[in-house]
Design a protein around this ligand. Structure first.
Ligand SMILES: Nc1nc2c(c(=O)[nH]1)N=C([C@H](O)[C@H](O)COP(=O)(O)OP(=O)(O)OP(=O)(O)O)CN2
Length: 153
């Protein structure tokens, strides 16, 4: 089902609401079209054939107007449920290269990973809020000092 954002989302009283979630996953950065040597040259230790792991931190930010009756853009609990169901359960304690449907055949860099998460989450947030709330930003920390942000464009 295709749901479009309601006009109110584009209004001026928009509030940005964020929820942070964490997960652990294994991966490898490896381009199958390149030689082992080239992969090791470009990706260094991240190309190691027996994988390596990260403790990822994901910040999900949505935007909308507070509902006049609840005072909420969206209940944090509902946002958490969506992210857990659509993302965390699929990636936590998994191998991103082998186990995750939405990453099949993709490079598992922080950039590609955050973009693919967006493609999964954006329609689910709209659907769950009848088009009243939009995904605004995903911020994915791969390490404490390395992260990618995506705004859907
Ligand atoms: N553009 C990208 N570059 C790198 C990615 C990536 O996803 N996108 N990933 C890696 C590694 O997998 C690694 O997780 C991150 O590397 P790095 O930031 O160097 O990690 P460190 O823990 O060594 O960082 P410090 O500088 O020690 O804090 C590599 N590049």
């Amino acid at each position: 089902m295709l749901i479009f954002a309601n006009d109110s989302v584009k209004g001026k009283k928009m509030i940005y609401l964020s929820k942070e979630l964490s997960f652990c996953a294994a991966h490898q950065l490896y381009n199958p079209n390149w030689s082992k040597e080239k992969n090791e040259e470009v990706f260094e230790g991240c190309a190691h054939e027996n994988w390596h792991g990260h403790n990822y931190d994901l910040t999900v930010t949505v935007k909308g107007d507070p509902n006049p009756e609840t005072g909420m853009v969206m209940n944090f609990k509902d946002l958490k449920k969506i992210v857990k169901k659509e993302i965390i359960k699929k990636v936590d304690h998994k191998n991103l290269n082998l186990d995750v449907d939405f990453m099949k055949g993709k490079m598992t860099t922080c950039e590609v990973f955050v973009k693919e998460m967006w493609n999964v989450l954006a329609p689910k947030v709209l659907e769950a809020t009848d088009g009243n709330v939009q995904l605004h930003c995903l911020k994915l920390y791969e390490t404490k000092t390395s992260f990618a942000e995506y705004y859907g464009e």
